[in-house]
Design a protein around this ligand. Sequence first.
Ligand code: FES
Length: 117
Amino acid sequence: MSQEFSPIPSPETPVLPTDPLDHNVCLCFKVSIRKMQHFIEREKPKVPSQLSQCLDAGTGCRWCVPFLCKMHRQWTAGESMDLAVSPEEYAERRGAYKRAGVKHDPLTEQPTPPINP
Ligand code: FES
C-alpha cells in the first residue's frame, strides 16, 4: 500500500489557512481571529487588555496589541471584527517590526510606549 505525502513546508514559507477566520491575530501565541472572536463574545471584556486572557494574546512581541484593541473597539461598536489587512501582509509587517528592533504601532506607525514607563 502506497501513501502519498505532501511536501513539508519550509519555515520561511508558512502555509496559510484558506478561511480568513483561521488566520492568526497574535502570531506569537497562534491565536486565530476565530478564537479571539469567540473569546470576546463569550467573556465580553470591558477593556482591550482583557484580551490577553485569551491564550496570552498580545503578551509576546506586542505587534498585535493595536489590532487586538481595534477588534475590541469594533466589537464594542457592534461592528464586525476585521483586521483589514491580508494575512500575508500582516505577517510580513510583523516580521519587519521584529527585525527593526524599534517598536511602532502597526496601525499608526507611531512609536509604541514602553510597557512599564
Ligand atoms: S504577535 Fe501577538 S504578541 Fe507577538
